[in-house]
Structures are given as structure tokens and as C-alpha cells.
Design a binder for this molecule. Structure first.
Ligand code: ZN
Length: 304
């Protein structure tokens, strides 16, 4: 009698355990269906974020972001084209047609295209006739300690060390004098430039695209010696109007003291191959910058 009750008790506990296990398993499966996407995301996020697998997720995600953002806001030549079209309408008596100059420049000299020489020299010449190899990337890129018009960690924050230090000095002086400028776009890789150009070319055709955006290898931004700057007065954008703002004027009058030149001057479109860009600073060192500033010449003229 006692034995059989005991056996029943054991059987009961066993049944209870089996049922409990079954319920737990069922609940587990049900829950898994709901929460697995959450876990999948969590796991994917961890892999991307921690950088252990830099050749996969992390890098490509960052790259896509960079490229998208570049295409939105800081393709000099896209904005410049829009602004220059405006300028040409308003101011056509004072200029040759820079758009035509640019066009002729490229078509007329496409046979003269040669690889850039002394690519690590701070006086390297990169333009529509002198191009950088797709593999070229400066090996001393750093982020200058200056104010940027955005917060994210991006490729375009970088500059070569010497240029970055000079930019810090320039910004320090500007801020002391109450001139609030912001850095917008520095180093740009060959692949980013290629993406920008091809994107535009697929939209409007290669020939038209090259009027407003540099071909890969032909952008000075790949040297790590250039920085586009902006200000609140031009809505943190790249506009020709920047040249007429308090900030733009200050930069024009002072950049050379820190080793920078306004690389694409207003009256030099035929020589540089690019429209006027009051925002595009190119580092060449103090001595050369002062000479270029005093003589009012383009880098091409200085080097020839
Ligand atoms: Zn630029």
C-alpha cells in the first residue's frame, strides 16, 4: 500500500517534470520566433562595431555612409557648378565662361594626361593633366584639432600631418579674431572619388559629369593636402558666395600666413581647369604660399 502510493507519487512527479519540460520547451520555441530577429541584430551589431572583423561588416558599412554623405553635401564641383551657373548669369561681363574653359581644358588636353610626380611632396601637382594612382594614399593622415561642420568620424576629416598642424594654427588665429570657420572636407580616397564620379556619370553622362566633378585620381583631395572650409553665413555649404562673406574674406587675406593658398582663384580657371572655389584651401607651406599670394599666380604657374 505504502509502496504503491510512493510509486504513484514518483510517477506523478515524473509526469509533472515531463509536462513542465514540455511547456518550457514550447514557450522557448514560441519566444525564439519573436526574439531571434532581435538577437540577430544584436549579434550583427556587435560584429560590426567591435572591429574584430574589419574586412567585412564594419568597413563596408562605414564606407557606404561616407560615400552617401559625401554625395549629399561636399562634392565641391557639383555645388560649384550650380553656383557658377548662377554667377555666369549675373556676372557674365566680368568673366570668360568658366564652364567653357573647363570643358576645353579637359577635351583639349586629354592627351597630355600623365601620372603626378613626387606624390608625397607637399608641392605635388594634381589636376586634370596630372593624376594620382588609384592605390595612392598618404601615410601620415591625422584629424586636425579644428571645428568641423559635422560630428561623425569620417574619412574626410583627415589631412596630412603637416597640413593638419598648419590648419590648426589658421583656425586658432581666425577664432581669436572672431572669425568662425568650419572644416568640411579634407582627404578623399580614390574609391570615394570614383564612386562620386560614376554616380554622377550614370545620371547625366560621363562628359557632363566631368564638367562638375573631378575624375578619380584628378582630385586634389586625394593628396591629403586640401581642406574645404565653410561658415554659418553660407549654411555650412560650399558656395561661391563664401568668398564675399566676412569669413571668406578673412581666409583669402590670411591663409598664406599659415601655408595655404586659395587653390582655384577667380581669374585662373583657364590655368587650373576648375571654377573659382573660395572654400578650397591647399597646403603648400608658408614660403611658397606667400610667394603665390604676393604674385597672384596659380600653383601651376609657380611650378612651371
Ligand atoms: Zn575642395
Amino acid at each position: 500500500m505504502r509502496k504503491s502510493r510512493k510509486r504513484n507519487g514518483r510517477a506523478g512527479r515524473l509526469l509533472f517534470t515531463v509536462v513542465l519540460l514540455f511547456v518550457v520547451l514550447c514557450a522557448g520555441f514560441l519566444l525564439k520566433g519573436r526574439i531571434s530577429p532581435f538577437f540577430d541584430k544584436l549579434i550583427a551589431g556587435t560584429i560590426t562595431g567591435d572591429g574584430n572583423d574589419a574586412t567585412n561588416g564594419g568597413v563596408s558599412v562605414e564606407k557606404n555612409n561616407t560615400e552617401k554623405n559625401n554625395a549629399d553635401s561636399d562634392t565641391d564641383h557639383i555645388n560649384n557648378n550650380i553656383n557658377n551657373n548662377k554667377d555666369n548669369k549675373n556676372d557674365s561681363n566680368n568673366h570668360d565662361d568658366p564652364q567653357n574653359n573647363q570643358n576645353n581644358e579637359h577635351q583639349g588636353n586629354s592627351n597630355d594626361r600623365q601620372p603626378a610626380e613626387n606624390v608625397d611632396d607637399i608641392l605635388v601637382l594634381v589636376n586634370k593633366k596630372r593624376y594620382l594612382d588609384s592605390s595612392y594614399k598618404p601615410n601620415d593622415l591625422v584629424v586636425p584639432n579644428v571645428k568641423f561642420s559635422f560630428d561623425e568620424e569620417r574619412e574626410k576629416k583627415y589631412m596630412r600631418k603637416e597640413a593638419a598642424e598648419a590648419l590648426e594654427e589658421l583656425f586658432e588665429r581666425a577664432y581669436k579674431e572672431g572669425v568662425y570657420i568650419f572644416a568640411l572636407s579634407g582627404y578623399r580616397s580614390y574609391s570615394t572619388q570614383k564612386w562620386l564620379f560614376e554616380n554622377k556619370a550614370s545620371e547625366i553622362g560621363e562628359e557632363k559629369a566631368n564638367k562638375i566633378i573631378a575624375r578619380p585620381g584628378e582630385s586634389e583631395h586625394q593628396t591629403g593636402l586640401a581642406m574645404d572650409i565653410t561658415s554659418q553665413s553660407v549654411q555650412f555649404d560650399l558656395k561661391t558666395k563664401f568668398g564675399e562673406t566676412e569669413e571668406g574674406k578673412w581666409v583669402k587675406d590670411n591663409a598664406h600666413k599659415f601655408g595655404f593658398i586659395i587653390r582655384y582663384a577667380k581669374d585662373k580657371e583657364g590655368i587650373t581647369g576648375y571654377n573659382y572655389e573660395p572654400w578650397h584651401l591647399r597646403y603648400v607651406g608658408k614660403k611658397v604660399a606667400e610667394e603665390i599670394y604676393n604674385k597672384g599666380i596659380a600653383l601651376e604657374e609657380y611650378l612651371s
